[in-house]
Design a protein around this ligand. Sequence first.
Ligand code: ARG
Length: 240
Amino acid sequence: LAACDSGKSNVLKIGTNAEFPPFEYIGDDGNPDGFDIALMKAIGEQMGVEIQIENMEFKSLIGAIESGNIQGIIAAMTVDDERKKSVNFSDGYYEAHQMVLVRKDSDITKAEDLNGKKIAVQEGTTGDFVASGDPDWEYILGTSLQNTEVSRMKKGLDAVIELKNGRVDAVIIDSNPAQVFAKENADDIKIVEGIQSETETYAIAVTKEDEDLLNKINAALKTLKENGKYDEILKQYIEQ
Ligand code: ARG
């Protein structure tokens, strides 16, 4: 943990973007909570270090590692070749996919219907890459989206509000937050059941400066998967 600039070598600064339930959100006490936060704290406990969570915009996370302000990221972050140029990824800890949200009266039923449509996303996310027709991400919906108009929001919830207010036709976002938002706004929006997506893998991003830290995080993750603690956290936050 040499690169730790908190002054305390037993503190690990981990960035998140607490706008992505059930993985990370602001809890009732005003602090970040969620599956990722609980998992990261358990990893810290296993490693004998204190985890200090730094909440910031999703698109600022990678830069914060590069500038040494944080040593890692847990933010439902998908393993991605472009991101790998800037960070190391731990072993995967969750498999997710993309979902498309529309208003209840929408006639969008398949991925191709999104061509030429207005789509809101959280800025810098894989949903953004898919909506923007990024060739590296067209495998996700099995088609390269054409002529979309993409509204890039700071928060996932803001994308949902754009949809509810009729300013966009659809939202593309990860499966678990999509289900949370669809449930909370069930009078107005729905998941397009006919659109199937390939899977993405979430992993913890770690500074490239510290190979040892990556190995320790992987070892702790492995222990938590073996000793049942990972499943316990999964039940608490996701499989309720
Ligand atoms: N899995 C997607 C990605 O890596 C979205 C993650 C958004 N996470 C967040 N905490 N806001 O791009």
